[in-house]
Design a protein around this ligand. Structure first.
Ligand SMILES: [Zn+2]
Length: 220
């Protein structure tokens, strides 16, 4: 199978569905990641918090920790990835070229404007695709007034350590997000989702739509 994960920033994929993608790679599936921005940013005073170069370097290493080699990084503004024809077309080109069986993207009610922009642009671009999942907003993704409804669970007990290791590759983000407290928070969410389905660790997804025949081959 060909799996495409689309994220606004370098780190979003690792936090939300890193365990699932690592497992897919281990199971012999093809995994491609499309990141919409080089992910550098400044604070409110204009001071550099993370350069594009550092974000791309750390993010690439983090994704490689998950076993992912096929990484495409676009150049939309980190904080302003829009739901416009420009973003939709960029995603559309990637989908047409790669022709994925499964698409993962942000939850449309994530409070980060760039995350919501990517989600909605993906929904528009993937209009001819039959199997699309939203990954769970996990801090530092914004909390939303619209609840995330877990509908698809993937047991990631065998890849939780790879996921955690990929988070630690984001060295320039690590301290800002709270260091090991952040890593433990993400780890705990996976433990909670695992507990809900009777495994050690899991990641949860909302289903936008899924092709019925597809569930037979979905051996994640
Ligand atoms: Zn993000």
């Amino acid at each position: 199978m060909k799996i495409l994960a689309i994220g606004a920033h370098l780190d979003d994929i690792e936090i939300a569905c890193g365990g699932t993608l690592a497992k897919a790679v281990e199971n012999g599936h093809n995994v491609k990641v499309l990141i919409m921005s080089k992910s550098g940013y400044t604070n409110k005073d204009g001071a550099m918090q993370r350069s594009d170069e550092v974000a791309v370097l750390e993010g690439t290493k983090a994704l490689q920790t998950l076993g992912i080699q096929d990484i495409e990084i676009l150049d939309f503004p980190t904080k302003d990835i829009p739901w416009t024809s420009e973003a939709v077309t960029a995603i559309d080109i990637c989908i047409s070229d790669y022709n994925p069986d499964i698409i993962f993207t942000h939850h449309p009610f994530d409070t980060h404007q760039a995350h919501a922009g990517v989600s909605n642009s993906t929904i528009s671009a993937a209009r001819r695709k039959n199997t699309i999942f939203f990954y769970e907003p996990i801090s530092p993704s914004g909390r939303s007034y619209v609840a995330f409804k877990p509908q698809l669970y993937v047991d990631i007990s065998t890849t939780i350590e790879k996921k955690v290791a990929s988070l630690r590759e984001h060295k320039s983000e690590y301290n800002k997000f709270g260091g090991e407290n952040w890593v433990q928070g993400v780890h705990a969410r996976c433990g909670f989702r695992g507990y809900e389905i009777g495994t050690q660790y899991a990641e949860a997804f909302e289903v936008l739509r899924i092709e019925a025949s597809f569930s037979k081959v979905f051996n994640l």
